[in-house]
Design a binder for this molecule. Structure first.
Ligand SMILES: *Cc1c(COP(=O)(O)O)cnc(C)c1O
Length: 248
């Protein structure tokens, strides 16, 4: 039996999700983006499985983004197997094997060193060799903030891309580029977000140099409309759907 508070959480969450989805769709139309080339990734870190199940059951959500490896491992064990899990947190080399074991891990969006890419490939080959390749985004530190993760230099970036394109790599696949915008840019009303523009430039440069096609993951609750305008393929939304997060 559902208690009153479960029922009110359910309606609250559905209303919030539908509102974000509506804005997302309106915005896509406004900027001439096709719905099937844009993903609304629901970022569920620090939120209970019961919340995820509401969106899974009642709204058909299948893509969820998580930041903490242990939390993702346990949620993956509790939710249905057709969930597409995206890891979007700070990646540590020694955690790559725990991620690689998750059969339905769909994407890792925060590859920022060659070492981590290698480790993930090795671990996937070892633990889940028959599952589809994990889609990977290279995280770029577009704002050059030293405390922030992400590739900062062109040489490092080239080495990671070239690793993905080499024949030895079979269990992970280069999908695109990801950035977390600088806070200040997300909260002013400039016509262009500089971090997003920088990520678009990297995409164009790499596509030209390697003759490949890359997707972009940029835009969160505070700045996703701008990201859609500037050409993102994925926005990552947490607070706007779930409300404030507890501190970890
Ligand atoms: C938490 C997080 C998000 C979601 O941020 P909100 O402001 O809650 O929408 C998106 N991307 C990354 C990398 C995150 O860590």
């Amino acid at each position: 039996m559902n208690t009153d508070s479960q029922i009110s959480r359910q309606s609250e969450l559905i209303i919030a999700y539908q509102a974000v989805k509506k804005r997302f769709q309106d915005c896509s139309i406004q900027y001439n983006r096709k719905e099937d080339e844009l993903l609304l990734l629901v970022v569920s870190k620090l939120k209970p499985v019961s919340d995820l199940l509401i969106l899974y059951d009642k709204q058909g959500v299948r893509n969820f983004g998580e930041n903490y490896v242990q939390e993702l491992v346990s949620k993956a064990a509790e939710l249905p197997a057709d969930v597409k899990w995206h890891f979007i947190g700070n990646l540590q080399t020694n955690k790559c094997k725990d991620l690689a074991r998750i059969p339905n891990l769909y994407a890792v969006e925060t590859i920022d060193t060659l070492k981590k890419a290698r480790k993930l490939e090795e671990a996937r080959a070892k633990y889940q060799p028959d599952r589809p390749a994990i889609l990977c985004n290279i995280q770029i530190n577009t704002s050059n903030e030293c405390q922030k993760a992400g590739v900062k230099g062109e040489v490092e970036l080239a080495s990671i891309v070239e690793f993905f394109l080499s024949e030895e790599v079979k269990h992970i696949k280069l999908h695109g580029l990801m950035t977390i915008g600088f806070r200040e840019f997300s909260h002013n009303n400039a016509s262009e977000n500089q971090d997003f523009a920088t990520l678009v430039k990297w995409k164009e440069k790499l596509e030209f140099k390697y003759n490949i096609d890359l997707k972009l993951s940029m835009g969160m609750s505070a700045d996703y409309e701008q990201a859609i305008k500037q050409g993102t393929h994925e926005i990552r939304i947490g607070r706007e759907i779930f409300g404030a997060r507890p501190t970890k």
